[in-house]
Ligand binder design. Structure first.
Ligand code: ATP
Length: 364
């Protein structure tokens, strides 16, 4: 499928401060693409550059193969939903939604029909004559979405669209917006710092940090195969064990952990140019050994605490070398685990990822 939006080598400076650094992003037609990152990482700046509220310092933004970098926001014809809805309080719902059509000089009758159509899409047929102040946060957000899509823009931008809503409503709206986006096939770029929202809604996620792009991938790949420590720690929970690379080929690596044990980890064809590495393990990928399973890699550790969370037990353990691990064990499988006991835990070569150890004195 042809790319709908291409960000080519884009950088943005505010005086000497570099807010976005050499960004290269290619968003496909119909894709739900999320820019995720901590506060100050450059997400909003990147979105503003796409919308045209800020000018790129260098590089180009291409929409449907046309360079739009120098165009004014209204010339870009992009739909946008803001965090605070930005509805006109003195206009009814129907008037709010009709506003972009009026600006585009769409005839009254045609505009009326389009507004009715889009009100149905967002399930607000009954609210055409209400004013924004008479509606709930979720309803106002749907009006904002309707106004952004009524003129069928080639691209929809969402700026933290759900952050003002409470948790239940936010989860409901995530599914609803995703359904609407999918049924219309509209290319969408969303900005959020909420990783759960990003994982739920996106086809692909771009993780930003310090103005740079750390990784662009599907939610599953980001979680399973983070490229570096930042992504591993930013998405979900992770255990990191320091180790030294002993030997590696295109399938497996042998890594010596700090307790002297040598473990085997799949390399997935990737070679690691440094000796100091981190073995990254999600809490649910570590299992209790001695349960009739043969686990390739094992580690002995002392149970420090056990927390029951319904479907699982969260067990915090400590190795002899003082490394703490968080382990998630399905509660159905787990017999009584007592604080203070020494247990053997393990994982299989395919359940861990090797990361470069970027800490300064990593040779110790
Ligand atoms: P948040 O989640 O807090 O909104 P963000 O990832 O969206 O953060 P940006 O708003 O893009 O981050 O800001 C990135 C960096 O650029 C920040 O350090 C910010 O202080 C700086 N910045 C943003 N806008 C300006 C501006 N107009 N002038 C100077 N610096 C700015």
């Amino acid at each position: 499928m042809a790319s709908n939006l291409e960000i080519q080598n884009v950088s943005k400076y505010y005086k000497k401060f570099r807010a976005v650094h050499n960004a290269n992003v290619s968003v496909e037609q119909g894709e739900f693409f999320t820019i995720l990152g901590p506060s100050g990482s450059g997400k909003t700046t990147l979105l503003k550059l796409i919308a045209g509220f800020e000018e790129v310092s260098s590089g180009a933004i291409m929409l449907s193969n046309e360079n739009i970098s120098a165009k004014k926001p209204y010339e870009r014809n992009i739909g946008m939903v803001f965090q605070n809805y930005a509805l006109f309080p003195h206009m009814t719902v129907a008037e709010n939604i009709a506003y972009p059509l009026k600006r585009r000089k769409v005839k009254k009758q045609e505009a009326k029909q389009k507004v009715e159509e889009v009100l149905k899409i967002v399930h607000l047929e009954q609210y055409a004559n209400h004013f924004p102040a008479q509606m709930s946060g979720g309803q106002q957000q749907r009006v904002a979405l309707a106004r952004a899509i009524v003129f069928r823009p080639p691209l929809l931008l969402l700026d933290e669209p759900l952050s003002a809503l409470d948790k239940n409503l936010r989860q409901h709206m995530q599914i609803e917006i995703k359904n609407i986006q999918e049924s219309l096939g509209i290319t969408t770029i969303s900005v959020t710092h909420d990783q759960e929202e990003a994982l739920t809604m996106s086809d692909r996620i771009c993780v930003m940090n310090n103005g740079g792009i750390e990784q662009i991938d599907t939610p599953e790949n980001l979680y399973k195969y983070p490229k570096n420590r930042f992504v591993a720690e930013f998405i979900g929970e992770i255990n990191l064990l320091k180790g030294i690379m002993v030997n590696e080929d295109s399938e497996n690596a042998s890594i010596q952990l700090s307790n002297g044990h040598v473990v085997t980890i799949q390399t997935r064809g990737k070679s690691h140019d440094t000796k100091s590495v981190l073995v990254a393990l999600r809490p649910e990928n570590i299992q209790l050994a001695d349960y009739g399973k043969t686990l390739k890699n094992t580690i002995q550790a002392k149970v420090m605490s056990v927390i029951y969370v319904g479907e699982a037990l969260i067990v915090i353990v400590k190795t002899k070398k003082g490394e703490e691990l968080k382990i998630k064990i399905p509660s159905l499988l787990s017999h009584a685990i007592t604080v203070g006991e020494e247990l053997k835990f393990g994982w299989n070569p395919q359940d861990a990822t090797i990361l470069k150890d970027e800490t300064k004195n990593n040779e110790s």
